[in-house]
Design a protein around this ligand. Structure first.
Ligand code: SF4
Length: 492
C-alpha cells in the first residue's frame, strides 16, 4: 500500500489514479502504507511550486500562478499537482505511459479545449504532447478522431439522445461489471418491460414539455436480444412512437447466442439501421474461459444472417488482452474481422473491474492465468489500429477506463459514413442523454458552451426489482434535474 502525505488532499483520488498508471491496481491511503510519497506546495512570488519526494528521489514542478475563475484555478491546481507526481514516478520507474499524465476517460476533451482556446487542430495535438506528455502516436490518434468527428460531433440545442437499458444476459461473462443479471427463469422480464414502457410514456411527456426531439436512439444492456422477441418489439415500438424522427437507431444484438432470424427481422422491420454482433474474440478456448457460452462459428453465422437480411451497418466489438490470449490469437481474430468487413469495429482493452469474476480468478491464479503483459496489450492495440486503418476503417471515438490493461484505450473505428452518432455524443458529451431502465444514467447538458459547469446526472437504481417498484421516482429524478436551475445531486 502507498501512503500519500500531501498538501493537496482534495485531489487524493486523482493522485491515486496517477500512481495506478505506474503501479497497476495499487491501494493508496492518506494514513497508512509502507511506501511514502511526500508532497509540498507553495504559492509565493507569483509562482506555484509542487515538490514530490519518495525513495530518495525528488521532483519539482513550477509555474506562474494562473488567473481565471474558481473552476479554472481548481483545474490548473489539479493538473499541476498530478503533473509533478507523474514526473517523479517517471523518474522512479523509468516508464512512460502512452497517455502520459492523463487519467481521465475522455482525452479528446483536451484537444477540443485547446481548439476552443484558438489553437488549430495541429497545435492542439502538439499541446497535448507538451503539457501532458502524451506520446506522439496517441496524440496523432486524437487528431484523427477529431477529423472524423468534424461536422457530426455537435447536436442542435433542442436535440437529445436516448439510451434504453435491458439488463439481462443469457450467462454472465467473467469480465462483466455491468448491472446486468442472468436472465435465469425470465420471471423478471415482463414486469421489467412493463416498468420500462411506463418510464418511456412518462418521459415522452417530459420531452414534449421541454420541447426536445430525439436525434439518436440506442438500446443496450446487458444484451437486448436476450429477452423474447415480442418483449423487445414492445419496447422498440413504444420508444419509436414516443420519440419519433430519430436519425439513427442502434440495437446491441451483442451476444451471438441470443440472435435469431425472428429477432433480426423484427429489428429490421422497426427501422433499426445499426446493430452490434460482438465476437470479442474468435478463439473458442478464450470464449469458454471468459464464460461467453458461444463459439466463433456462431458469431459467423449470426453475422451472415444479419447481412442476408439486409443490415448494412453492423458493428463488431473486440477485446484485446483477454485472459490467456497471445498477440497471435488476437491477430487471428483480426484476420476474421477483416474478411467479414463489418461497417464498424470497436476495439476494447480488457478492463479488470473489481466487481468482475475475472478479478477474483486472476487474484487466485496469479501468473498461472497467462495474462498478457502491458507490452503485449499495447502490441495488440497497435496491431488493431494499423490493420483496421489499412483496411479503410477510421478511428471516430475513444474513451479510457480505470483498471484497463496497460492503461490503454477503447477505440471505435468506422468505415466512411458509418460513425455512430450516439457513441460520439455520449463520449464527447455534446448532447443530452435521456437514459431509461435499471442502472441507466441520464446526463443533461444545460448550456453546451459552458459544459463543465452544467452537466447534471440523474441515475436510475441498478437493482432490477427496485427499478420496477420505483419507476415513477426515477422519472421524478429526471424531471428535477431537467427542469432545475441550480446544480443538484441524486444518489442511486
Ligand atoms: S454480454 Fe456484456 S453485459 Fe452481458 S454478461 Fe457479457 S459483458 Fe456482461
Amino acid at each position: 500500500m502507498i501512503r500519500l502525505q500531501t498538501d493537496a488532499p482534495q485531489f487524493f483520488s486523482d493522485l491515486g489514479d496517477v500512481l495506478r498508471l505506474f503501479y497497476g491496481d495499487v491501494q493508496v491511503s492518506l494514513t497508512d502504507g509502507d511506501v511514502l510519497f511526500e508532497h509540498r506546495f507553495t504559492d509565493e512570488g507569483g509562482l506555484w511550486t509542487d515538490t514530490w519526494r519518495s525513495q530518495g528521489r525528488e521532483f519539482t514542478l513550477t509555474r506562474s500562478t494562473p488567473a481565471g475563475n474558481a473552476l479554472e484555478i481548481k483545474r490548473a491546481r489539479k493538473r499541476q499537482v498530478k503533473g509533478a507526481l507523474y514526473g517523479l514516478l517517471k523518474q522512479l520507474t523509468g516508464m512512460r505511459p502512452p497517455w502520459g499524465s492523463l487519467t481521465g476517460i475522455r482525452p479528446t476533451r483536451l484537444l477540443y479545449e485547446g481548439m476552443e482556446a484558438g489553437l488549430t487542430l495541429d497545435e492542439a495535438v502538439q499541446r497535448v504532447q507538451d503539457e501532458f506528455d502524451v506520446s506522439a502516436d496517441r496524440a496523432e490518434l486524437l487528431g484523427d478522431i477529431a477529423r472524423m468527428q468534424a461536422g457530426i460531433r455537435e447536436a442542435a440545442p433542442d436535440q437529445f439522445d436516448l439510451y434504453i437499458g435491458i439488463p439481462f444476459c443469457r450467462t454472465r461473462c467473467s469480465y462483466c461489471s455491468f448491472s446486468a443479471g442472468e436472465i435465469g427463469d425470465g420471471r423478471l422480464v415482463k414486469p421489467y418491460v412493463e416498468a420500462l414502457l411506463r418510464e418511456i410514456a412518462l418521459c415522452r411527456d417530459l420531452m414534449r414539455e421541454k420541447g426536445m426531439r430525439l436525434r439518436a436512439g440506442y438500446v443496450g444492456g446487458g444484451t437486448p436480444t436476450a429477452i423474447p422477441c415480442a418483449e423487445l418489439e414492445r419496447i422498440l415500438e413504444a420508444a419509436q412512437a414516443a420519440f419519433p424522427g430519430a436519425a439513427e437507431w442502434t440495437v446491441e444484438a451483442g451476444r451471438p447466442d441470443t440472435i435469431d432470424e425472428e429477432k433480426l427481422r423484427m429489428i429490421k422491420a422497426r427501422g433499426v439501421g445499426r446493430i452490434s454482433v460482438n465476437p470479442q474474440t474468435f478463439n473458442d478456448d478464450t470464449l469458454r474461459r471468459i464464460g461467453r457460452a458461444h463459439t466463433g462459428e456462431e458469431t459467423l453465422a449470426a453475422y451472415a444472417l444479419a447481412r442476408s437480411l439486409g443490415f448494412d451497418d453492423i458493428n463488431m466489438d473486440l477485446i484485446a488482452a483477454l485472459p490467456g490470449e497471445t498477440v497471435e490469437d488476437f491477430s487471428r481474430t483480426l484476420d476474421r474481422v477483416e474478411r467479414l468487413a463489418p461497417d464498424s469495429v470497436t476495439v476494447h482493452s480488457l478492463a479488470i473491474k473489481r466487481s468482475s469474476r475475472l478479478h477474483e480468478q486472476l487474484a487466485v491464479a496469479g501468473e498461472g492465468y497467462g495474462q498478457v503483459t502491458r507490452e503485449g496489450a499495447d502490441e495488440m492495440i497497435a496491431l488493431a489500429r494499423s490493420r483496421l486503418t489499412a483496411g479503410g476503417w477510421r478511428p471516430y471515438y475513444l474513451y479510457r477506463q480505470k483498471y484497463m490493461a496497460g492503461n490503454l484505450e477503447n477505440v471505435g473505428y468506422a468505415k466512411p459514413g458509418k460513425a455512430c452518432l450516439y457513441n460520439i455524443g455520449n463520449m464527447e458529451e455534446t448532447v443530452s442523454v435521456l437514459a431509461l431502465g435499471a442502472g441507466a444514467i441520464t446526463k443533461w447538458l444545460f448550456d453546451p458552451r459552458d459544459r463543465d459547469l452544467r452537466i447534471e446526472r440523474a441515475p436510475n437504481v441498478r437493482n432490477i426489482e427496485e427499478y420496477i417498484a420505483r419507476v415513477d421516482e426515477m422519472v421524478r429524478r429526471k424531471r428535477d434535474v431537467i427542469f432545475s436551475e441550480a446544480p443538484s445531486r441524486q444518489e442511486p
